[in-house]
Design a protein around this ligand. Sequence first.
Ligand code: SF4
Length: 224
Amino acid sequence: MAKTFSPLRGLELRSFRARMAAWAVGIFCDEVRRSPGSAGKALRGMWRLGRLTDVYLSAAKPVRFGRPAEGGCVKAGLYVPRWPSDALAGRVRRWLRSQQVHHEQVTLSVTDECPYRCPHCFNARRPAAPMPLSRLKELVKEIQDIGGSFLNIGGGEPGVAMDRTLAVLEAADGRSEVWLNTTGFNMDARAARTLTDAGVFGVRVSTRPSRASRTSRPPGRFPS
Ligand code: SF4
């Protein structure tokens, strides 16, 4: 993915809306072919989806990442998978089938470990034995099978468990857009490249805890 990004405005925004609408119509046609008996329901879903999208985009600030010739994409909102993508297509299909808003954002804590000691931290207060790697990978598939189209990898601090972070990325396919929640611990240009190549689309970096906050209580006990 190219490193450039820019807000969509004017003609470019109108073009994006038209192309996304045509893309959604393609999904609608697939759905009708798959299940002709549900055409009426899918049509109502398309109509409602169009209205919801209009309302959403009237307040959102869509951003284009990369150039179209380089396979660029558009993010209409943080929690909406990029367009075009299998993750967003899956979300649209589920909407056409059920016309219900599902809980599609999942945060998967790959570790309770973290070098900081925030007094409010749930993970640090109650560290649990790490889930076996094989089960962690199965869990990613189960999350995707029930429609987890937006997958956050979190912790604890995922930067201290890079093997587990990479295992999640290896298990996830295009049905989810994957983000990383991190303090930035253990992150450098090389780690960023590895994570990007492994499928991380975006990173949310939290504010580093203050020293007073970190040392105001004893460290949690982490299983070895
Ligand atoms: S930085 Fe985050 S994960 Fe680490 S102890 Fe603080 S709240 Fe917990």
